[in-house]
Design a protein around this ligand. Structure first.
Ligand code: ADP
Ligand code: MG
Length: 622
């Protein structure tokens, strides 16, 4: 029998590896932008055709490559950025794995033009399927231009997997913003199908953030700035009043690298403490710079997750720095410690950072002050489990379990899966509220209504959410909701990324009664709102919608319409705490029971509980 194991040809190996690094146009954009930043460019221009599906081109004025380097760059594990494993802990560049260009060359048709300042002529190379098909000298600008056409042209399964242009565009904008925020000193532009979407002049950090997040942010930022020998933290947090009900603009950069860290996010939230409502999220753009040896960035192929040598200290510093910033701007009430001097005095901050010193630091009084204050249960503890522990606590709990259960006698059948409900018939639908019953509102939240067989306790907000969900759902699938034209149309200025998102949503918004029209670059006019929405709040509700939608957008389970309908239903529902008239309560309860699935919200929380007479009798021993 013949042996059966053989080595994969390079192009196939590269294609497989590309799966990790290049998942969609946005990942290629990220890699190319980062390469340009690594090459010391001061100007980086991104050109796209069809949201990057047809073309992604990045032109920079960085240091360029020699002819040999330009060719080498597309080999797997070809990098100029590290030489030995030790270098991994000294990394100051974005890249180091030497995989990006090889991966890109495996899944797209690539052309590169590059020239170093001292070379008279540059190099032009064309690559397809990891094979160089043309190479020649060329006259070109100093720097590098890489264009990749027809991403996944040779991997149809992946090409088909790509989303709509609007959706891919959102991912690109997200990556673009992250790189642009990390390098405010670099000029960035982004053009899609000939239209410039971003034009970001080089400037200060604050200018960059405001350019990206939108001008209203200017007055809403509090600057954070703590320098220690161990690490520097700087950037901005939004004032407490800008906290949103949905996770909005939250960015962490560690040594210029955008990272996701639920743990550090918690550190910021906890610094806001009592200043913002429990269920709202502060915005922040925070930069942490520290010795690269204190972080492991090689734990994830796209490097969005990193590991800190000492997570607890970073947590404490972040929390303290944000508290300090809020206090300085007299936003926080008084604080019980003065931070700067004491942080400086911490043994932990003096280099070199030995185990001894770390121990001393974690046992110091200051460390205890900020660890114990509210967070003792999160960051104390003797092993590395705190992250998991913390996540358990923080990740939203699933909807309440099945009420109090049938043992308790409360009859209801909440279901987790709202989609499933559409097709299920519920016996509860036959429930009738007695015609001339007087309704009673409790705590401005619950409505009690007698039924033919007992009584029901309706949660007004959750019930209304169900009603609106079905109403908007019908509208979104054909029958457009009536719009009332605004007498004084309101204009809306949005940040670039939000404008892209809103443009994408316009037709669906119209179907549920929001008539919004584009009005020049990144501006919109609200021409009309649903007939049953109080005028005056339209701007807020569109802004809130965008926020929620962004938060939702990673959720691939739902279609765009479904997300929109869910967001709007939640947003427009009357809230708990609002006092209702007899008439309003009656309409609410009646409408609830004309719903297809009256007994749960779209996310599966019960909308009402039913108490049957026989159960009540039993409870009273009758
Ligand atoms: P990595 O960035 O991890 O080193 P890449 O595959 O992204 O790997 O790039 C390979 C090499 O090609 C880089 O190390 C760098 O030397 C060179 N290179 C890539 N893009 C550029 C650019 N825009 N300008 C100059 N050199 C570049
Ligand atoms: Mg790279």
């Amino acid at each position: 029998m013949a042996d059966i194991i053989h080595l994969l040809p390079d192009n196939i190996a590269n294609q497989i590896a590309a799966g990790e690094v290049i998942q969609r146009p946005a990942s290629a954009v990220k890699e190319l932008l980062e390469n340009s930043a690594d090459a010391g460019a001061t100007q980086i221009r991104l050109f796209l055709t069809d949201a990057g599906k047809a073309l992604i081109q990045v032109i920079d004025n960085g240091k360029g490559m020699s002819e040999t380097d330009a060719r080498m760059a597309f080999e797997r594990h070809a990098t100029s950025k590290i030489k030995s494993i030790d270098d991994l802990f000294r990394i100051k560049t974005m890249g180091f794995r030497g995989e990006a260009l090889a991966s890109i060359a495996a899944v797209a048709q690539v052309e590169i033009k590059t020239r170093r300042a001292d070379d008279e002529l540059g190099t032009y190379i064309e690559i397809e399927n990891s094979q160089v098909i043309k190479q020649e000298l060329c006259a070109c600008n100093e720097g590098t231009s890489i264009s990749m056409k027809n991403l996944f042209f040779n991997v149809p399964a992946r090409r088909n997997f790509l989303k709509s242009n609007a959706a891919e565009m959102r991912h690109i904008v997200e990556e673009f913003i992250r790189v642009a925020m990390a390098f405010p000193g670099i000029f960035f532009s982004m053009t899609n199908n000939g239209q410039e979407v971003f034009h970001l002049e080089a400037g200060s950090l604050k200018q960059r953030i405001v350019q990206i997040l939108g001008t209203p942010y200017n007055a809403r930022l509090v600057s954070v700035n703590e320098e220690t020998d161990y690490m520097n933290i700087y950037g901005f947090v939004g004032k407490p009043e800008t906290a949103r009900k949905t996770r909005g603009d939250q960015y962490f950069f560690v040594n210029s690298r955008f990272i996701k860290s639920a743990y550090l996010n918690h550190a910021v939230n906890s610094a806001f403490d009592e200043m913002i409502a429990k269920d709202s999220f502060p915005s922040y753009v925070l930069y942490i710079d520290l010795d690269p040896s204190q972080v492991d960035i090689n734990v994830h192929p796209t490097k969005q997750e990193i590991k800190f040598e000492d997570e607890k200290i970073i947590y404490a510093f972040v929390q303290a720095a944000v508290k300090h910033a809020l206090a300085q701007f007299s936003i926080a009430p008084s604080l019980d410690f003065t931070l700067n001097a004491e942080i400086q005095g911490l043994d932990a901050v003096s280099k070199p950072f030995t185990t001894d010193k770390k121990d001393a630091a974690t046992s110091s009084n200051l460390f205890k002050t900020f660890t114990q204050k509210n967070q003792a249960h999160f960051i104390e503890g003797d092993d590395k489990n705190e992250l998991k522990h913390w996540k358990d606590f923080f990740i939203p709990q699933p909807p309440r379990p099945g009420g109090t259960g049938s043992e308790g006698g409360v009859e209801m059948q909440p279901t987790r899966n709202a989609e499933q409900l559409q097709t299920t018939n519920y016996k509860l639908q036959t429930l009738h509220v007695l015609p001339d019953t007087t309704l009673l509102q409790l705590h401005n939240t619950y409505i009690i209504a007698s039924t033919s067989s007992g009584f029901i306790l309706v949660h007004q907000q959750l019930a209304h959410e169900r009603i609106l969900y079905e109403r908007y759902g019908i509208a979104a699938h054909g029958q457009q909701m009536p719009t009332q034209r605004s007498l004084f149309p309101v204009t809306l200025e949005l940040a670039g990324a939000d404008a892209v998102l809103l443009t994408d949503l316009l037709p669906d918004l119209l179907s549920i009664g929001y008539h919004v029209e584009p009005f020049g670059s990144n501006s919109f006019v609200i021409q009309g709102i649903p007939a049953d929405v109080q005028p005056g709040n339209e701007k807020n509700s569109i802004e809130l919608l965008i926020e929620q939608f962004k938060h939702f957008s990673s959720d691939i389970k739902f279609s765009k319409r479904e997300k929109l309908v869910r967001c709007m239903a939640r947003q427009q529902a009357i809230k708990a705490g609002q006092s209702l008239t007899q008439k309003e309560m009656l309409v609410l309860v009646e409408e609830l029971f004309t719903c297809g699935s009256p007994n749960v919200t779209p996310t599966g929380s019960p909308t009402y509980l039913e108490f049957k007479e026989d159960y009540l009798d039993r409870m009273f021993g009758r």
